[in-house]
Design a protein around this ligand. Structure first.
Ligand code: DSN
Length: 440
């Protein structure tokens, strides 16, 4: 294993990495924003490129000795444009991750105090799309839009109306926990009708766009951001595509606006992931993600669970726990974790409970799909997940805020001895070990 030198130099960290490898190998990772990077991606990411400073852009750095990182960064940009069929766009591959990428867009294109329109976090939007706790809301005026109360899907007429009323400078589409198809063209048209810049954050669905199983925001959206470590299966980083007219502002927004020296080891690893994303195997992976989500959603519904919007079109689904009682997502996250199934509690539209104790659970298929699992395994996973929901959803969140953390602690303390947890954990392990983890 590649930790041999590390085991010698720092056995404590090596042992913890090894424990995490066992966890990732023996369990079901079902957090929709995760996937497995290949060995080649990990090798580039852990390479000696880590040692190099290279502030600014290829050909005009503030440091000497950049000949090789210039070539790497240019190759990464070329591959990014090719894989997304965005040849006419400029792409900046330096953002450290999705949050700084989005903030760099705002810094580059807007004046402080300008109006941004974006989906509320509890309706599926991202933290950096104007959540009050985030810099985006402190530095800019946020006009939120919501999903329709009944269908729990986007209502484009309502969005157009809000845009016409508030005349934002930037309209953001692309979400963090929205299980349905996004009509990027409609968003772009709405933006143009009010003189706004259209921005799509496709971090969650970038592999689906590349694989042709979700409509692309290219070639019309003004600015497209994406992380590189979610469905795309690269290292933890991000990219910003923009129309040529915004190139200078976006590049300045990233450096020096938001960041200092780019992480060239990450950029090299992004380039490797983009090369992999051009293969037929990657397209098959993207297609299988959707098939797996459908199989999982059908199973959960047939096992009596309610899904936000009634199902899924993409890589994730959201279980609505309100039929069991508000604020119970945390108990299911903990119970599933004890059974080696990783998901995350998540606010749902019009959640009656607070964000840390929300009433939803978000579940995704990209990671298990990357291991080679198909519909049959999803149906098995769905049945195991549903068993946990039904067994543990009676746990109530105390009304008294000061008692909540202890209630969760007490609940977790009961899990290890619970026979259902042991049974599900064993079944998860039996299935998981039949599907080797890429990159390990
Ligand atoms: N926090 C990520 C997610 O899990 O969706 C997005 O940045």
């Amino acid at each position: 294993m590649h930790t041999t030198i590390l085991q010698k130099e720092d056995p404590e960290i090596a042992a913890l990495i090894e424990k995490e490898a066992v966890r990732q190998n023996e369990g079901f990772e079902m957090i929709p924003s995760e996937s497995y990077a290949s060995e080649a991606v990990l090798e580039a990411n852990g390479s000696i490129l880590n040692n190099k400073y290279a502030e600014n852009y290829p050909g005009r750095r503030y440091y000497g000795g950049c000949v090789n990182v210039d070539a790497i960064e240019r190759l990464c940009q070329k591959r990014a444009r090719e894989v997304f069929h965005a040849e006419d766009y400029h792409v900046n591959v330096q953002p450290y991750s999705g949050s700084p990428a989005n903030l760099a867009v705002y810094i580059g294109l807007l004046q402080l105090g300008d109006t941004i329109m974006a989906l509320r976090l509890d309706h599926g939007g991202h933290l950096t799309h104007g959540n009050p706790m985030n810099l985006s809301a402190k530095a800019f005026k946020i006009v939120p839009y919501e999903v329709d109360a009944k269908s729990e899907t986007l209502d484009y007429d309502a969005i157009a109306k809000i845009a016409a009323e508030h005349k934002p400078k930037l309209i953001i589409s692309g979400f963090t926990s929205y299980p349905r198809v996004i009509d990027f063209k409609k968003f772009h048209d709405i933006a143009k009708s009010v003189g706004a810049i259209s921005m799509a954050d496709i971090s969650h669905i970038s592999a689906l766009v590349i694989g042709g199983v979700h409509p692309s925001p290219f070639p019309f959206t003004d600015v497209v951001t994406t992380t590189t470590h979610k469905t795309l299966r690269g290292p933890r980083g991000a990219m910003i595509f923009c129309k040529q007219g915004y190139k200078e502002q976006i590049d300045k927004g990233v450096f020096p606006g938001m960041q200092g020296g780019p992480h060239e080891h990450t950029i090299a690893a992004i380039a490797v992931a983009l090369k992999e994303a051009k293969t037929p195997t990657f397209k098959a992976y993207a297609e299988q993600i959707i098939k797996n989500s459908h199989a999982l959603a059908e199973t959960l519904i047939s096992e009596g669970l309610k899904l936000i919007s009634g199902g899924t079109d993409n890589h994730l689904l959201m279980v609505d726990m309100r039929p069991f009682g508000p604020g119970r997502g945390i108990f299911i996250e903990k119970a599933l974790e004890a059974a080696e199934i990783s998901v995350n509690k998540q606010p749902i539209p019009n959640d009656p409970a607070p964000p840390y104790y929300p009433s939803g659970v978000r579940i995704g298929t990209p990671v298990l799909t990357a291991r080679g699992m198909k519909e049959d395994e999803m149906r098995k996973a769905g049945k195991l997940i549903a068993k946990i929901f039904h067994a543990f959803s009676a746990a109530e969140l105390p009304e008294d805020k000061t008692l909540r953390a202890q209630a969760v602690k007490d609940f977790v303390a009961t899990l290890d001895a619970h026979p259902l947890i042991a049974e599900v954990k064993q079944q998860v392990k039996d299935i998981a070990l039949q599907f080797p983890v890429p990159g390990m």
